[in-house]
Design a protein around this ligand. Structure first.
Ligand code: PGA
Length: 231
């Protein structure tokens, strides 16, 4: 069992073969995989003998109705999916507060993504942006926060370790002052260009509780190495 949380975000890739590879590679490692909607049931089926859990990458802000193409929190519950990511920079819209509400109504575990873009980073607006993004949180039960600087996602560029450390600390302090008296129950993850080569050092230098991994999770052997190195 890993002591840190590792979650792979498979994004909008056709992951049939990748799921097969995960199925045949996995021994007894625990981690999460966020798969595109159409693969949720298949992923659960393929990984049912393993400690790997499967989550969704997004959810509709609406409960039900005439919203063609959208997927509701209730549908995720019916598919026995109990974790959903909300606010990823590739999917973040104006309705994130409603999405959080819908997920909470269904008692889903939430991975809530926050992070500044390059403009905000370069113009010293990081803290302000993060506070705006955190402010929409209502309840903080069953919640993880993933700090993902937009400019680090898929670019191979990481912030300095001390920046990750300070930012995650700031997020924790803000949550403690404004949203919860039990910060210990909210894992604080980092995401952005994490792979098997850099994860150990990031972990040791930043005190994060784990990682959200995008590109590197498309190769099961790489994500599994991240999981092992994060034990
Ligand atoms: P990356 O993506 O690891 O490819 O940078 C992270 C993410 O989008 O969650």
């Amino acid at each position: 069992m890993t002591s840190k949380i590792v979650i792979g975000n498979l994004k909008m890739h056709a992951v049939g073969d990748i799921l097969k590879a995960y199925q045949s590679n996995i021994v007894d490692e625990e981690f999460g995989l966020l798969v595109p909607y159409p693969y949720l049931s298949l992923a659960k089926e393929r990984l049912k003998e393993s400690p790997v859990w499967v989550g969704a990458q997004n959810v509709s802000p609406h409960q039900q109705g005439a919203y063609t193409g959208q997927v509701s929190a209730k549908m995720l519950t019916e598919l026995e999916i109990d974790t959903v990511m909300i606010g990823h920079s590739e999917a973040r819209g104006a309705d994130v507060a409603l999405q959080l509400q819908r997920a909470q109504e269904e008692k889903l575990n939430i991975i809530y993504c926050v992070g500044e873009d390059l403009f905000a980073y370069e113009n010293n607006q990081r803290e302000q942006i993060l506070i705006e993004q955190l402010s929409v949180l209502d309840k903080v039960d069953n919640l993880m926060i993933a700090y993902e600087p937009v400019w680090s996602i898929g670019t191979g560029v990481l912030p300095e370790y001390k920046e990750i450390k300070e930012t995650v600390k700031m997020i924790g302090e803000w949550l403690l002052a404004n949203k919860t008296s039990n910060l210990g129950s909210i894992p604080l993850l980092y995401g952005g260009s994490i792979n098997n080569k850099n994860c150990e050092e990031v972990l040791s230098q930043t005190e994060v509780d784990g990682f959200l991994v995008g590109g590197a999770s498309l190769k099961p052997e790489i994500l599994l190495e991240v999981v092992k190195r994060c034990r």
